[in-house]
Design a protein around this ligand. Structure first.
Ligand SMILES: Cc1cc2nc3c(=O)[nH]c(=O)nc-3n(C[C@H](O)[C@H](O)[C@H](O)COP(=O)(O)OP(=O)(O)OC[C@H]3O[C@@H](n4cnc5c(N)ncnc54)[C@H](O)[C@@H]3O)c2cc1C
Length: 378
């Protein structure tokens, strides 16, 4: 078993680090910016990445990529996250919207959308969750009914991150109300300025634009907006949700946050306190465990598989890492850690939402119990 990085990978990471350190101020975090500023910043930044072939390196050359391996994407994700994710919401386009289009798009859809994504001048949002469909996503009720000319979409999506600044929505809607719930779902690529689509921001403690509610009222979608076959959306998103679950190197961002807390602990002489050392050690070990587990997922993906089971295990580890980091930081900062602007308060948002976004902790545990411990998987 070979655990080491290749020469090319090491050089890639090092060039990326140099570039990011020279372009971004110390402590940069795109999620600290107002949403519209973050979008504009990310567009300028993504163009610089695209010029170097660093926006979509693992995509096929035909679609604006460099045909590199999923390991290159992982390195990219780790370094972007460690430097405050200057791509802002564009990471979603790179991680799974583009790959979904590559997997299932028509030639026209690929030509139109993939070029824009790989140039870095477009933002997408994910219209999956609904007020009554989160963990049980397949019970979604947004309807798209063919009227002989267009699909007519009606329904409600919620918690849609970046919708307020997105150009397109990757929408799941039910096109067959009679079929088994997993079999009646289709994917639509909907421009966010489509008549009848209203987007309302939901204020949150997390980051500006983290949550929105999207209401579809008789939105007319031509057949050319459908991705993949009618009623065939579920198998496509099942494959791509793995990319979403592992696409953000949360353990790396959490480790960076922990380093800030450690500096505070050192400055305040807390390294003599064994409880502080224990909390820091525990948190760092949790980050490292998550890192190693995601490498297993990437290894499977590099072999051409869609690794569901290992992705669940990684996801649990990364949620635990986010929480362990928050606990250590709160321990170090004490009461000050409850105040806005503290290291712990910022980590709180990540620690809480990690266990909800892209599927809750409880759902991941259920899947591990059923599919791994229960004997279906390895
Ligand atoms: C930061 C963030 C960003 C998000 N961005 C998006 C986005 O861009 N697009 C989008 O579509 N959605 C987004 N979401 C929504 C997210 O996918 C859902 O919140 C998530 O799937 C949970 O669904 P729910 O909120 O409806 O909770 P529910 O499914 O109602 O769950 C409520 C509670 O019940 C538990 N529960 C439910 N079913 C079971 C079960 N069978 N066994 C055990 N426990 C169970 C859950 O674990 C949870 O604790 C985002 C969420 C967050 C936090």
């Amino acid at each position: 078993m070979e655990f080491d990085w290749s020469k090319d990978e090491t050089e890639f990471r090092s060039a990326l680090k140099d570039f990011l350190s020279s372009e971004l101020p110390e402590g940069f975090d795109a999620f600290d910016m107002p949403e519209h500023d973050a979008k504009e910043f990310s567009k300028t930044f993504a163009v610089k990445l695209a010029e170097r072939g660093w926006l979509t390196p693992a995509w096929p050359k035909a679609y604006g990529g460099l045909d590199q391996s999923p390991w290159q994407s992982l390195i990219l994700s780790e370094e972007m996250v460690a430097h405050g994710e200057p791509r802002f919401g564009q990471y979603m386009c790179v991680n799974w919207v583009g790959p979904a289009l590559i997997l299932a798009g028509t030639d026209e859809q690929k030509e139109y959308h993939l070029k824009r994504i790989s140039r870095g001048d477009v933002m997408w949002c994910q219209g999956f969750s609904e007020p009554g469909a989160g963990s049980d996503l397949a019970s979604l009720r947004t309807r798209a009914i063919w009227d002989g000319k267009d699909y007519v979409i009606n329904g409600e999506k919620i918690w849609t991150s970046y919708a307020g600044v997105a150009d397109f929505c990757f929408l799941l809607a039910r096109t067959d109300g009679e079929a088994h719930k997993h079999r009646g779902i289709s994917i639509f690529l909907v421009p966010t300025d489509a008549p009848g689509l209203t987007i309302r921001n939901i204020p949150s403690l997390f980051f500006d634009g983290a949550f929105n509610q999207c209401t579809f009222e008789n939105v007319r979608a031509p057949a050319s907006w459908m991705l993949g076959p009618e009623n065939g959306g579920w198998p496509i998103i099942r494959k791509l949700l793995v990319n979403e679950r592992v696409g953000v190197a949360r353990y790396r961002r959490a480790a960076r946050s922990l380093e800030r807390a450690a500096k505070i602990a050192k400055a305040e002489g807390l390294f003599d306190d064994p409880t502080v050392l224990e909390a820091l050690g525990r948190a760092r070990a949790a980050c490292e465990a998550a890192r190693v587990l995601v490498y297993r997922v990437i290894d499977e993906r590099a072999k051409g598989r869609y690794p569901d089971l290992t992705a669940y295990v990684y996801r649990v580890a990364t949620i635990r890492a986010e929480r362990a980091v928050y606990e250590a930081e709160l321990h170090i900062e004490g009461l000050a850690g409850m105040a806005e602007g503290s290291v712990a308060a910022k980590q709180f948002g990540h620690a809480v939402t990690a266990g909800v976004a892209t599927g809750t902790l409880e759902m991941q545990l259920n899947l591990i119990a059923r599919d791994i411990v229960g004997g279906v998987g390895a």
